[in-house]
Design a protein around this ligand. Structure first.
Ligand code: ATP
Ligand code: MG
Length: 426
């Protein structure tokens, strides 16, 4: 029988790569906790209607990318294609607005979109995202941007570019939409097929097209900034002022409109030159219309999502996989010694040491070779003689110094032992 393979557009993340993922998750948790963001975990599948209403039927995601199926109870269910709709549903369902203040939430997890798989684009992918719900203040927009920037910089990614734009408010967009339709209609036959369809349904999305010819035509399209009302201008100006105050560099991209209908005011992307066609690492913006759209009270909000796979690709270009070497490698032989070694390993782990236990039962020489390869600072050796008198041989790998000590002696001064390990690892 043939072996079964992972489904197209999904992939296994093997241990060497997981080290990068854990690094990102650890640093993200730290940075988000410092800003008092709280993690929220919502289900991986939701009622299909949530995404139809929350993302909008005219978008690519809802139109052609969702994993939608009927469960055994005939409900229409969709694997989440993004995180915001679920977080907002939870916000409404659990009356999180009742507390009145601002909710700062973050999430991480798998997302699902039926797209053409390529580097940095998968059918199951992962995001880390934040949502600040309950503030219309431009400082909230800038806070989330600053956190994304801080996270990426702390990870060592210093050459990313922030681009921003404003999509204004619904009223501003009505007039802009008309201007776009008038502009693109004479070019209709030259646009790519998707964009032709979008011309009347969702002309803003034409600006988002990845087709070269369409992009060229879009170069001279009317700019949304010329259609913004006073309030939208004020918000956008304030955001720019605050970014400058924080020394966060940005460029304005007048064609940045984001794919989703519920966005208002600020839209932004953080892009890299090192990712080929899939250049956007982080996308976000303000979505003042979403909470009401999903049946909650009128509540402004702003957030972003970082694509983990693209981020990891960048980190892999930058640094070797972080390797984890044991503090102690346990070598033992003979039944009594082996059972003592097991106990000792557990105790040392409990005291905070990283301990790898050799399970082979093979000759000492072979076990020592593996100890060498493991990169351990020290080897703990238990043979029959040691087992009989409750001692252990402590062998420092770098210097090959070896001494016999009582097993209990290891725990007499843990801090001292920790320092010794540290010294030998350098
Ligand atoms: P793109 O234009 O690249 O399709 P998008 O506008 O659909 O991106 P968002 O919905 O804003 O993306 O999602 C935020 C981030 O999630 C993206 O910037 C990207 O890093 C990541 N992302 C989106 N779709 C995928 C995918 N299919 N595979 C891997 N990462 C993805
Ligand atoms: Mg997309």
């Amino acid at each position: 029988m043939g072996a079964i393979q992972a489904i197209r557009g999904t992939r296994d993340i093997l241990p060497e790569e997981v080290a990068y993922w854990q690094q990102v998750e650890t640093i993200a948790t730290q940075i988000l906790t410092q800003a008092l963001y709280q993690e929220i975990r919502t289900p991986i599948f939701e009622p299909t209607e949530l995404f139809e209403r929350g993302i909008g039927e005219a978008t690519d995601i809802v139109g052609k990318e969702m994993y939608t199926f009927r469960d055994r109870g005939e409900r229409s269910i969709t694997l989440r294609p993004e995180g915001t709709a679920g977080v907002v549903r939870a916000f409404i369902e659990h009356n999180l607005f009742a507390s009145g203040g601002v909710q700062r939430l973050w999430y991480k997890g798998g997302m699902f979109r039926y797209e053409r798989p390529q580097a940095g684009r998968q059918r199951q992918f992962h995001q880390i995202g934040v949502e600040v719900i309950g503030s219309s203040d431009p400082r909230a927009d800038v806070e989330v941007i600053a956190i994304a920037t801080d996270l990426l910089q702390t990870l060592g990614l210093k050459t990313l570019k922030l681009t921003i734009n404003s999509v204004g408010r619904g009223e501003d967009r009505a007039a802009y939409r008309e201007a776009l339709v008038s502009y693109f209609t004479p070019y209709k036959d030259e646009l790519d097929k998707d964009s032709q369809e979008r011309l009347n349904r969702n002309p803003l999305r034409i600006l988002d097209s990845k087709d070269e010819k369409t992009q060229k035509i879009a170069q001279n399209a009317p700019k949304i900034i010329d259609y913004l009302g006073d309030e939208s201008h004020k918000h956008f100006d304030r955001v720019q002022h605050l970014l400058t105050n924080l020394s966060i560099d940005y460029q304005i991209n007048p064609r940045l409109v984001r794919g989703l209908d519920y966005y208002t005011h600020t839209a932004f992307e953080i892009i890299s030159d090192d990712l080929g066609a899939q250049a956007t690492v982080c996308g976000g913006g303000r979505y003042d219309g979403l909470v009401r759209e999903l049946g909650g009270p009128d509540t402004p909000a702003v957030g972003w999502a970082i694509g983990m796979e693209r981020l990891i690709i960048l980190l892999q270009q930058l640094q070797q996989s972080p390797v984890i070497a044991p503090d102690f490698y346990m070598v033992s032989r003979g039944e009594k010694a082996e059972s003592q070694a097991l106990i000792l390993a557990q105790k040392l782990r409990g005291a905070g040491f990283k301990v790898e236990l050799d399970l082979s039962g093979s000759a000492f020489g072979k076990q020592f070779k593996r100890a060498d390869r493991s990169g351990a600072a020290a080897c703990l050796v238990l043979g029959e003689a040691e087992a009989d008198n409750n001692t252990v041989q402590l062998k420092w790998m770098a210097t090959q110094e070896q001494q016999a000590i009582a097993q209990a002696e290891l725990f007499r001064n843990i801090e001292n032992l920790r320092q010794e390990i540290k010294r030998h690892k350098n």
